[in-house]
Design a protein. Structure first.
Length: 257
């Protein structure tokens, strides 16, 4: 809660909670929020968690912003609420906050480390990564591995395969494994295409570029373009890619050491 704000001015709804199942339609949700806002004296602060579960949710958000004095905070899964779509779905002003895995210092705080054995803590961090939930189970390596496998399957199968209707899932997995093994090295789509051709698994350069782009849209990798190129050199695709969470790399390749 923000300091100095009256608790009665806050509205919070988590759409994963079954008690709000009746509000998963934008018209019903709008009526409920309008009723609550009208009972508030002053500015309303609205928090809507997992907003992507509401059908046509953007209509409600845009209507509330136009009709009331309110601050609206929404969260959503990147499988159904990619950042590139926010500009088209939310007309006007908004601020996007991307939530990334823990850094090492954040990881130390999360596990309440006494910092007496930083080498051990860093080794743990290197192997399991910075997904926040892992700070609760970091001593159980098998549980960590299972959790990371589930995260990887969710990102690949839901965020990428389902959204983009990918048919060649095996090709996608191979590209992800290749990017994971070549972290920090320039990536050439032409080189990848030639390799697959030699393996009698031909695929077009455009398809490979699309698949790489999809992994970045799903926050599995971050693309870092080379800044020193000039002129026609900018047309060459030799960017570097870094995995968002190295715990996922350990899950895929098993050799973060």
């Amino acid at each position: 809660m923000q300091r100095g704000k009256n608790k009665s001015n806050f509205i919070y709804i988590n759409f994963e909670d079954l008690q709000y199942e009746s509000l998963l339609d934008y018209e019903t949700l709008n009526k409920e929020l309008v009723k609550r806002i009208q009972q508030i004296d002053g500015k309303a602060y609205i928090f809507l968690d997992e907003i992507q579960k509401v059908i046509s949710w953007e209509k409600t958000i845009n209507s509330l912003r136009a009709s009331f004095d309110c601050d609206i905070y929404i969260t959503g899964s990147n499988s159904q609420l990619l950042s590139g779509e926010l500009a088209t779905e939310i007309a006007g002003r908004y601020i996007e906050i991307k939530v990334y895995p823990f850094s090492f210092s954040e990881f130390l705080k999360a596990i309440n480390s006494d910092r007496q054995n930083l080498d051990r803590d860093f080794l743990t961090y290197v192997e399991i990564g910075g997904m926040p939930f892992l700070s609760l189970i970091y001593n159980d390596r098998q549980a960590c591995d299972t959790y990371l496998q589930d995260i990887y399957s969710s990102v690949v199968l839901k965020d990428i395969v389902d959204r983009y209707k990918i048919r060649n899932v095996d090709l996608l997995r191979r590209i992800i494994s290749y990017l994971s093994s070549e972290i920090g090295h320039p990536i050439s789509a032409t080189g990848i295409a030639k390799f697959f051709k030699n393996e009698h698994r031909g695929s077009s350069i455009d398809t490979i570029l699309d698949y790489i782009s999809y992994t970045c849209d799903a926050y599995l990798f971050t693309r870092v373009p080379r800044s020193y190129l000039q002129g026609k050199q900018n047309l060459r695709v030799n960017d570097q890619y870094y995995i968002t969470d190295h715990g996922l790399r350990q899950t895929m390749l098993g050799n973060n050491q």
